[in-house]
Design a binder for this molecule. Sequence first.
Ligand code: HEC
Length: 104
Amino acid sequence: MRADGPVAWVTGTLVLWAGIAGLAQAAPDPAVLAAGCAGCHPVSAKPLTPVTRLVGKPAAEIAEAMLAYRSGARTGTIMIRIAKGMSDADIQSVARYLSAVSAK
Ligand code: HEC
């Protein structure tokens, strides 16, 4: 069977996801974690999306919200799922990273 069309696409996508998962498990690089947040939480000082800007917020505030989403104490549409996929170390490191970034 030739590896093109949908089969190649699915295989490629699975390989990509395996790579991302491996990356996330190897060492929670906060810059990599934070890049995943930036798609929805704008880094710009003039946000183009209505989602809360996280950069420059106190790290404790970001981490507290993430832990509350993960435990179910706080409700949300998407953050519960995202938080459930993150370890305590991931949450603390991405919170510190985002807090230290200044909006451009
Ligand atoms: C798919 C879009 C999306 C991604 C990706 C995303 N968020 Fe969110 N975030 C939201 C939305 C939407 C809300 C509002 C709550 C809800 O509906 O879940 C939110 C709310 C939050 C809040 C609470 C903000 C406040 O002041 O109330 C925090 C903290 C947060 N997100 C952190 C993160 C972090 C850290 C990441 C990356 C690891 C991330 N988010 C990735 C969409 C996203």
